[in-house]
Ligand binder design. Structure first.
Ligand code: CA
Ligand code: CA
Length: 205
């Protein structure tokens, strides 16, 4: 049987073609990640802008039902007449905490969010992640950004803080110690490129 193998030139051509295809795949993935990240950052800034617009109109942040300056995760009395900055009656008495959509419900009640964007999930258009307004463990207002890939966390930190440090500034990693990125742009095991983490945005200046 006269079976001819590949010549060296043929092998080289095949390897070059494989390299080009791999390069295109990597480039394509970078483009998609870049587009998603841009959309994500726009969404985050929109959420911040909405919260300040609400503050200008009503004298408090959306979701701060007792008007003490901190966003609460309580069920709200959404009567339109209550949305004048007056705290009385805004918190629904005796209801459970941990309603991450409270601020979104108020933003929707004053037509700053559409019906479709009522829930925390659907306001994020980057194709990943979801957000809600809350306080951190120390009682500071934050936008909690969940399921954020490392590349997006790093881009957001660069865009807002102008430096890259998940432990400082307005953009921080949500869980100290196990999901921080460093000045070198590295994310550790819990927030690497392929996985996701929680990012906090301290928008309340
Ligand atoms: Ca409050
Ligand atoms: Ca930072």
């Amino acid at each position: 049987m006269n079976r001819k193998g590949f010549t060296l030139v043929e092998m080289a051509v095949v390897l070059v073609i494989i390299g080009i295809i791999l390069g295109m795949v990597v480039k394509g993935r970078e483009l998609v990640q870049g587009a998603k990240t841009k959309s994500f950052i726009v969404d985050v800034k929109n959420l911040e802008n909405m919260q300040y617009t609400f503050y200008d109109r009503f004298g408090r942040f959306a979701g701060d039902c007792d008007n003490d300056g901190l966003v609460d995760e309580k069920e709200l009395n959404l009567a339109q007449t209550s949305l004048d900055g007056t705290p009385t009656g805004l918190c629904t008495a005796g209801t459970a905490q941990d309603d991450p959509d409270a601020a979104f419900s108020e933003l929707k009640a004053v037509d700053m969010l559409s019906d479709e964007s009522n829930s925390a999930h659907s306001t994020m258009k980057g194709g990943f992640g979801f957000a809600y307004f809350a306080q951190d463990a120390e009682g500071k207002n934050v936008i909690v950004l969940r399921n954020v890939p490392c590349y997006a966390a790093v881009s957001l930190d660069t865009a807002i803080d102008k430096t890259l440090d998940g432990t400082k500034g307005k953009i921080k990693a949500g869980t100290a110690g196990n999901s921080a990125w460093t000045a070198e742009g590295l994310c550790d095991a819990n927030l690497t490129d392929g996985t996701v983490g929680t990012v906090l945005y301290y928008y309340d200046r």
